[in-house]
Design a protein around this ligand. Structure first.
Ligand SMILES: C[S@@+](CC[C@H](N)C(=O)[O-])C[C@H]1O[C@@H](n2cnc3c(N)ncnc32)[C@H](O)[C@@H]1O
Length: 321
């Protein structure tokens, strides 16, 4: 089975800027044909992923985590145990799955104690919105499963509601665990109940009609492209035109500029772009080069060069914001 993993980096890390990751045969990594593929989203300090990987050396474990400290903790555990079957990706789990995995490629996804985002206004941030569950469904093999552990009954109820037309759903209160996690121990010490939610793809409830009904806009997600710096005669903006301002690039794509630093021959612009919910923070560099100016992403920024960023750089260069 092919999956996109960068050949240039070591087995448990790569830079975000290297996305889209390149195709590599996963069986080469663990040294067996068609390994079982497990994914954990939000692995925290990595103890669950590492314990699983120790127990099943012929399977491949891939973790997504947004915290750099979490990544470092996982790396040191993997090194200590000398494991060869763990990969980690510093990326939002939802977007990471979209970018890195072909459809029908994952055996099981684990999500241990995801942030429940209890406020209604933060619903979009929950990992079990219907839209996200449909993507996860697409990435699972036909018999694939998702297992979620949480201490939040509200999160369980929300997830059941979102999942019931997509997956076969089983939920129960759990007392025994063969592997514990930091958050599990924390909640157990406080006497809280722990629930598991098992989502099974086997009963394929997702029809093409229901996909349309849910208005799942996978085609609108950012596509990755290479692009070059823009050379321009004159940079149209003054600091106050951009600093701390929000602009709409097009439907679903917004940019916010934060602080702007002006040097003798260079302007650095702190930038946040949101493309259909996918957010990236980076620095835009406008540099005098002889008689012209060059506009580009600073090499100190690690970004996935998306169409949205390309459009932003184009509009900024042309004075069209
Ligand atoms: C409450 S902690 C649980 C950590 C660990 N699974 C445990 O049980 O101890 C949630 C973790 O999810 C990570 N996280 C939050 N949002 C994420 C996302 N969108 N993608 C990947 N990881 C995420 C956080 O950085 C944090 O480490």
């Amino acid at each position: 089975m092919k999956i996109k993993i960068p050949p240039s980096t070591n087995q448990i890390d790569f830079k975000r800027s290297e996305l889209p990751i390149y195709i590599k045969d996963l069986s080469e990594i663990v040294g067996i044909e068609n390994p079982t593929i497990y994914v954990e989203i939000g692995f925290g300090n990595g103890e669950f992923l590492v314990e699983m990987a120790k127990r099943e050396k012929s399977s491949l474990f891939i973790g997504f985590e947004i915290s750099g400290i979490g990544i470092e903790k996982l790396r040191s555990r993997v090194r200590k145990e000398n494991l060869k079957n763990v990969l980690c990706i510093r990326e939002d789990g939802f977007w990471g799955l979209h970018f890195c995995f072909p459809d029908s490629s994952i055996d099981k996804i684990f999500i241990n104690f995801p942030d429940p985002w209890p406020k209604r206004k933060h619903e979009e941030r929950r990992i079990t919105t219907r839209k996200k569950l449909i993507l996860l469904h697409e990435k699972l093999k036909p018999e694939g499963k998702i297992e979620i552990l949480t201490d939040s009954k509200n999160f369980v109820d929300y997830t059941i509601e979102q999942a019931k037309e997509i997956f076969k759903v089983k939920t129960e209160e759990r007392k025994d665990f063969s592997i514990t996690t930091k958050y599990m121990r924390k909640w157990l010490l406080q006497g809280r109940k722990i629930y598991s939610v098992l989502l099974e793809k086997s009963k394929n409830l997702l029809t093409p009609e229901s996909k349309k009904y849910y208005n799942f806009e996978i085609e609108k997600l950012p596509k990755i492209k290479m692009f070059l710096e823009r050379k321009i005669e004159k940079f149209a903006y003054k600091k106050e035109d951009l600093e701390h301002k929000v602009f709409k690039i097009e439907e679903g794509i917004f940019v916010k500029f934060f602080d702007i630093l002006e040097g003798k021959n260079k302007i650095l612009i702190e930038t946040l772009i949101s493309e259909h919910g996918y957010e990236q923070l980076f620095i835009i560099k406008v540099e005098r080069k002889g008689e012209k100016f060059a506009v580009d992403i600073s090499p100190f920024s690690s970004v996935i060069r998306t169409e949205g960023i390309e459009k932003l750089i184009e509009k900024l260069s042309q004075g069209q914001l």
